[in-house]
Write a protein that binds this ligand. Structure first.
Ligand SMILES: Nc1nc2c(ncn2[C@@H]2O[C@H](COP(=O)(O)OP(=O)(O)O)[C@@H](O)[C@H]2O)c(=O)[nH]1
Ligand SMILES: [Mg+2]
Length: 395
């Protein structure tokens, strides 16, 4: 699963990426600082089950702070997109291509109103324009890919009486389009004519719907800490009541995570508080107090960065976190307690989980055991978020 950060230049994509991954990336206030996509590991936050078992986990991957488990996820920061990107403006085509592999997008919007549509400094910019143009470019990008092969592809699929949704999914698997995405798109549009007869307008609507289904999007209203930030965020919420928009300050999250990294504070990403522990200069203290007052006290999700990642993974993609756990023993052979926590796609079953762990576990699956209740679960048991399971195999 891959999360793609998108948006016009200079909105804070690389800052968000750095805050989430603490990777060294270039951050600058001029457009196209980022050219090659940055790949890195960020984390989603899950209530760890170790607390229920009165123990402390020892993660193999990620980390656990005060029983909040941080599970690794892949993040990609791409170059900024400008209006006309789908026609090649601002190196658009090349950058759009980087987005094919993403399963979900975080659209970073700059709510300061101080950056124009191509990433240059301005004043009182209408930030709602960014939501409209980015959507438009992504849809046209999908359309461009579809249009190239559509007529011949659709005719062939109709002639051979293929399962149309599955044929589309195979044809566009490079865009990570799945059969269920196509089905939902078709159901929404409810066109009466055959796909090979769709006109340009219908194809664009299909491209747009397919894009929405296969790459759902959440909006980060970034730079909420700036003077116009809050009012522009409110404007966006009023103008686009159906979109998911979360206030965000990537820059302040980065400051908090770096202060934590240098042992100046204890900070659990996503919380609205931190604890000073190092020797701070007066200036550092004031800066931290300002973060607390301006953002943490003000917004329900703190700086927003953690909530945005969690929302993308658990609400948009509907992934679930599963802990492998022995029914009678929580440690692995090296004595590490609950070393793993895996993210699985929605509707995964106990058998899917066994195959996920190892092909042999899947092949030799006998039953699963719920580590909490010790109840026996069959292969078709549908996994729930934060389940703890043992897989019992025949060998
Ligand atoms: N005030 C404020 N500035 C930010 C925030 N996030 C990023 N910036 C600044 O915006 C500029 C562009 O950031 P960058 O991450 O390089 O943007 P990108 O082009 O979208 O990758 C830099 O000067 C950042 O320090 C934020 O949350 N608040
Ligand atoms: Mg950048």
């Amino acid at each position: 699963m891959l999360i793609g950060l998108v948006g016009k230049p200079s909105v804070g994509k690389s800052t968000f990426f750095k805050a989430a991954t603490l990777a060294e990336v270039e951050i600058a206030s001029y457009p196209f600082t980022t050219i090659k996509p940055n790949h890195g590991v960020g984390y989603v936050k899950v209530d760890c089950i170790d607390k229920e078992f009165n123990t402390q986990c020892m993660p193999n991957h990620g980390f656990c702070l005060n029983h909040k488990r941080f599970v690794p996820i892949d993040l990609m920061d791409v170059a900024g997109l400008v209006p006309g990107a789908s026609e090649g403006k601002g190196l658009g085509n090349q950058f759009l291509d980087d987005l094919r592999q993403a399963d979900v997008f975080i659209h970073i919007v700059d709510v300061s109103g101080m950056i124009d549509e191509v990433g240059k400094p301005t004043e009182n910019y209408d930030v709602s324009k960014d939501i409209v143009f980015l959507d438009d470019e992504l849809n046209k990008w999908f359309l461009g890919i579809l249009v190239k092969v559509w007529k011949s592809f659709a005719r062939k699929a109709e002639l051979e009486e293929d399962n149309f949704a599955s044929a589309v999914a195979t044809q566009f698997s490079g865009l990570k389009v799945k059969e269920e995405h196509v089905k939902s798109a078709l159901a929404k549009l409810n066109f009466t004519s055959k796909p090979s007869r769709w006109d340009e307008e219908q194809l664009l609507r299909f491209a747009a719907e397919l894009r929405k289904q296969s790459k759902p999007m959440i909006i980060a209203a970034n730079k909420i800490d700036t003077s116009q930030g809050k009012s522009n965020y409110e404007k966006l919420k009023n103008k686009f009541p159906d979109l998911i928009i979360i206030p965000c300050s990537a820059d302040l999250e980065l400051a908090l995570r770096e202060a934590a990294k240098f042992n100046l504070i204890n900070y659990i990403p996503g919380e609205r508080n931190f604890e000073i522990k190092g020797n701070l200069t007066e200036k550092q203290k004031q800066a931290l107090e300002k973060i607390k007052k301006d953002v943490l006290d003000e917004y329900e999700d703190g700086t927003g960065v953690q909530e945005i990642l969690n929302y993308a993974v658990f609400k948009l993609l509907k992934y679930i976190a599963i802990f492998p756990a022995g029914a009678h023993k929580l440690g692995d052979s090296k004595g590490r307690i609950l070393p793993d926590c895996f993210l699985l796609p929605p509707n995964s079953t106990a058998l899917d989980f066994a195959f996920f762990l190892h092909t042999d576990f899947g092949k030799n699956f006998i039953r699963a055991i719920d580590a909490r209740t010790k109840k026996i679960l069959g292969r078709d048991y549908k996994l729930k978020h934060r389940d703890a399971l043992e897989i019992v195999t025949g060998r």
